[in-house]
Design a protein around this ligand. Structure first.
Ligand code: ZN
Length: 181
């Protein structure tokens, strides 16, 4: 449909945009909290080692052509190791109906990630300058594909939103909440 050059130039433009945005984004967030960097934000910046006395909790979530997750609420204890498996049980092509599972830190703005994510198809529709808002995620999956991610639940109790970053799916309601107690 589209020539590849369009994608390439779009990528370059967004890359430049991301670089510019990066230079001023991070420190203001952390300064605003008033109590230093939150544990959740720190955990998100690198893959959390899964080491805990708490039992590993396995969660299997299916995603379908109706843009619904089979699981819209997950409960976990603070710091609990979690293993989330996303399975795309739909049959529509990945290019028009791909799905992923993205868990965000408290401070993240899912609507903003969705809005700006349109330009980041090559990064699973997650703006590259907002990767530190992501605790854990899969890549975009096509029909019949699955992916498992293992991580620790945030150490701070609260509600953490997860969603599918494929364009349009969050708005339609492809999302859920991880409640950490
Ligand atoms: Zn989706």
């Amino acid at each position: 449909m589209k020539p590849k050059y369009d994608n390439l130039s779009l990528f370059l433009v967004t890359l430049i945009g991301a670089t510019l945005a990066c230079s001023c984004g991070k420190s203001s967030d952390e300064a605003g909290s008033g109590k230093g960097a939150s544990p959740a934000a720190e955990a998100a910046s690198k893959p959390a080692p899964v080491k805990s006395d708490l039992p590993l909790k396995k969660i299997e979530i299916t995603a379908n052509d109706q843009m619904k997750f089979s699981v819209e609420a997950i409960e976990a204890q603070a710091g609990q190791p979690l293993e989330v498996t996303l399975i795309n049980v739909g049959s529509m092509p990945k290019a028009s109906m791909g799905h992923n599972w993205v868990l965000l830190i408290n401070e993240a703005d899912a609507a903003k990630i969705v809005e700006e994510g349109f330009a980041f198809a090559g990064n699973d529709y997650i703006p590259t300058n907002m990767e530190d808002h992501v605790i854990a995620r899969t890549k975009i999956l096509g029909p019949g594909e699955r992916e498992t991610v293992t991580f620790n639940a945030p150490s701070e109790p609260g509600d953490y939103e997860y969603f599918c970053s494929f364009p349009g799916h969050y708005t339609i309601g492809m999302k859920g909440i991880l409640t950490v107690k």
